[in-house]
Design a protein around this ligand. Sequence first.
Ligand SMILES: [Zn+2]
Length: 495
Amino acid sequence: MLQQEFRFLIVSFDGLRPDLIGPTLTPNLCRLKAAGVTLASHRTVYPTETRSAFPSLVTGATTDRHGMVGNKYVDRSVMPPCYIDTSDALLLRRLDLESGGRLYSAPSLGEILASAGCSLAVLATNTPGTTRLFHHKAEDFGHVRLSGHFREACTPDGVLAEIEARTSPLTPAPPKTEPDRIGQDWITSAFLDVVWPKYRPDVTILSYGEPDVTSHFHGTGAEATRSIIAHCDRQFGRVIDWWEAEGRQAGVQIFAISDHGHITGHTRISVADSLRAAGFSPGVVPAPDVDVVVVPGQVGALYLADPNEAKVARLVATITSESWCGTVFTRAKDEVNGIAPGSLSNRLVFADHVRAPDVAFCFRADDTIDPFGLVGGTFYDNDRRAGLGLHGGLHPKELAALGIVAGSAFPNIGSASFLSSGICDVAPTILHLLGVDAPPTMGGRVLGEVLRPASSAEVTIRGEIFEARLGSYRQVLRRVAVGDTSYVESGMAES
Ligand SMILES: [Zn+2]
């Protein structure tokens, strides 16, 4: 029997570092902190990329279970292998239909809610692909999924038309160098003016695509980024005003989250140049003359045309000899080590999936202070200047995510919980409060420590450290386990 007194609103701020929250920049997030419980040790999953993390939000599972192994990946289940960029909403729909509904290899929140007679609504200003990934089957259930800019990600047509008539027509996304204000305003109005009053979804995801884009193009602490953070917070303030006036009494529980942080690129390198110098023939997409695909981005993902153990070992020996190389993962040889000397097993970071690269690496990151006074710097491989925001790896500031919960289910108002928690815990906690069974693929846990009544079960907490070496290269991975759920804390390398 469903406990219908609870409804849920997940508000996400893409790429917001929790250490940027404060009374001057984000007074409304601070209002929520005062009204709720702060998850002070909240983290995202590896890789710390948007289109791995949000699938984890809605499946309650790490990438090894849901299969979205990165923003981009190589699909070797088809011949010839195919490069997939998951920012494309129409491509994602086609992949899901062609695979018999197996785009995700775990059930997602929208499907689970639908089978329990509940609804999930999505309003997002992220890329069309990210917007679809929040509820990739919304059209199959008649659920609402709205993009603040992209018609191809919206469903149903009638709801979009209704909101455009009531608020304003969709506008194209601004150039990436310009902070996106209008989109945040539109999705906030769409929720407050139409989606909530008319459709009353059981669960709503309201996802601000900023400050991520502005951080990438201006820098994490830049004036433009601070200004879009403040703007998103003002929109969030409209949501909190509604919640205090109406939503809270209607049983709405709020989760304010982010999907990853950002660190700052300080040294530009070229992975392809290093591989070429070592005798490989790298390319960015599979091709007959390419023996290793280097997936572009801040997530090091290398796919070999012939991934035999000797080739994987040669590739790992090549990159671990470079000053830019951080942690390195390959498929498991045993509980800790990967098949290549010096690498760790990709199971340790919950990234062992059929779509996973043969060699997954992070760019070497460190605790340098960036020009804005923020901790966290890294090597990077893209055509942009140094000083800009990046994420994808295992620096603690990439893994750290915003987490605040508020509502009648969370009684310790104004408190903070320092027990480790993560993005995979949101869906199991919501399903628990709705009285809906979570599927076995959900590896996240119910956040019993912040609920009413607080869980009385004794929980075991255990730190874990894993290490691998090759020559002068050494990498260390740290995790913390809370009961059966493990959270990656950091992964760092040195020579
Ligand atoms: Zn993101």
